[in-house]
Structure formats: C-alpha cells, structure tokens
Design a protein around this ligand. Sequence first.
Ligand code: COA
Length: 333
Amino acid sequence: MHAKITGLGHALPDHIVTNHDLAQVYDTSDEWITQRTGISQRRHSETETTGDLATRAAREALRMSGRESVSAVVLATATPDYRCPGTAPSVAAKLGLEDVPAFDVSAVCSGFVYALSVGASLVETGRFESVLVIGAETFSTILDPADRTTGAIFGDGAGALLLERSLTREPGTIGSATLGSNGNQADLIQIPGGGSAAAIAGADASPYFQMQGAAVFLDAVTRMEAAVRDVVDAEGWHLEDIDALVPHQANVRIINALAKQLDLPPEKAVVNIADLGNTSAASIPLALAQGSAAGRFQAGDRLILAAYGGGTTWGAIALTWPNFTSTTTAPSN
Ligand code: COA
C-alpha cells in the first residue's frame, strides 16, 4: 500500500510586515535582514489563529482532491491555539470531520516532515484510507518584542497535503523518509516558560521563543545534508536525479549552503523565504503550494523535502510530484 498526494492547499494572513516596518520597531535595517537572511517581508496574523489558518489550507486541499472527508488529521505546529488540548481536533471539527482521529505533532521547524512521515505511514499500513497532513504556525504570537533576531526571521502561514491510499507507485507517491533528533541540544531553540520544567523549578522563565542562531545554522546544514543523502540512497536515486529540493525555509544562506554541500545547482532549491520569512512547520507545504502554482513541478518529478528545527529535530522525505489536474492559486493572500 502506498500514500499518494491528491490535494494541496495553503493559507496566509493578509497583514504584510516589511523589513522597513521592522526597522521602526527594532535597531535593525532592511539591508541587514536581507543580506543575513534573504527575507524582505513576512505575514503576521491579526485575526486568524493557527487553527484558523490550518483549516483554510486544509479546505483548499480537500477542494482540490474533490473530497469532503478524510480518515485522519495530523497537524504539525509549535504554536497551537492552546497548550492543551491539541489544535488538530478543532481543525477537524471546523472541517465537519467531528469523529475522525486528529492530533498534533510537535517538532518545531521539522514538524511538517515528521507529520508527513506519520501521515504516510498511517495510509501505508492500510488502517487509514486518507489523511490530511497540515503544517500551520502563528510565530508572531510567541516572538519576544525585544528580540530583533527572531523578530526579523519568523512569519505566519499554513499549508496542507491530502494523502490517499494507492495500490501502485504512481506519480505523487510518498517514498523513503528519515527522521532524527538530539535532545541534548534542546536549549538551542526553546520557549523556556509555560511548561512543566519552569513550573517544577519555580522559575520565572520567558514565555517567548528563543534561538541560538549561529549554532542552529551550522547544525541545520550538517543534519539536512545527511538526511537528504539518506533518502536519496534509500530510494535508489542519485543526487543528480533530483528535480527539486524543497528545504525548510530558515535562512537563504542555510539553503544555499545545503545545495552547495550536496553539489546541487542552487536553482534546484525551491526558495520562498523572501516573501514569507521562516514559517516553521508551514514552510515546506507553502513552498510546495507556491512551486505548484508557478508550474515549477511536473508530474513524476523527483522531489526531496528536508527540514531541521527545535528539539533539535531533522528529517527528509522523497516523493514524486502528482499529476494534478488543477493547480492551486498562487499564495499571494
Ligand atoms: N538586525 C541587526 N542586527 C542583528 C539582527 C537584526 N535583525 N539580529 C541579530 N543582529 C546582530 C547580532 O546582535 C550580532 O551583533 P553583535 O555581533 O554585536 O553581537 C550580529 O548581528 C551577528 O549575529 P550572528 O548571530 O553572529 O549573525 P548570523 O550571521 O549568524 O545571523 C541569524 C543570525 C539568526 C540570521 C542566523 O544565524 C540564522 O538564520 N540562524 C538560523 C535561524 C533559524 O531560522 N532557526 C530556526 C530553526 S531552523
């Protein structure tokens, strides 16, 4: 049994925050942010929660596949609507899928690759006929107003893929996956407050997202390179066979360094960070939606998704591009 992509959707909040806007708030400049990260603007949600954005993206994926229901919903997010319960059940309910299993996956910027691997496995076992896999974030809600580094990088958005059972390995099939973690590096990317650690320690810990950028940068390139090589080998492909590398959008310099390490022409990497910033678990499905809308992928193309994030966590997945009969609209709203 195989899991095949039959729908794709995305959702972005309307409010655009440019680097020039940020320069009014922090001691920063458009030049610094563009040169160090490749980001020109990002979206901040003013009215929609993570669950709202996830629902919008999922609706579009359902519409594209012509389905009204699925057997399960898996949502990757580090910015759930509530610390408890998970956000996926309320997304399922808003989609009119009250009784289906729905749960969150927490792997920060690797979240979508983790969720897609889990979702594909649910279908491949034969237990679930179809699964919605969503990555959705509102990082603007957890940014430290005093931290110009994270303030410059992160943005909000959501993307969704619909997976359905397939008996053959046709275009759109999810292939090999590799996932990993190193909890010894948990402090590289963290919200120190709000969890049991701070409560037990009685500590007055920050409720905001924190990141050790330089350490993250180096480890991200190393881990994603190894993960990509693993899945390419597992598929029996060669690196030169890859039509598109769709990496997590953390920093354009990380993406360029990854392509260089893999000896891939930089144009094979799909990059949408300039307009959206780092949308964490949403970045890969948003890049897929944008690439699809731009006609970047042909049916049967060999794609590798690769991500690195808090935990620390990382992973990569091989897939072939489906033969979509319709395309989604460009993620411009
Ligand atoms: N504007 C101006 N200066 C800034 C700035 C901003 N928005 N953010 C940081 N700086 C400053 C720092 O304070 C530091 O100043 P100092 O030398 O006086 O201390 C200087 O720029 C250099 O900081 P450094 O961290 O060495 O820069 P860098 O080249 O590593 O770039 C990141 C910083 C955060 C852009 C980069 O490390 C990165 O992208 N890391 C990964 C980010 C990520 O997305 N992680 C999420 C999970 S994958």
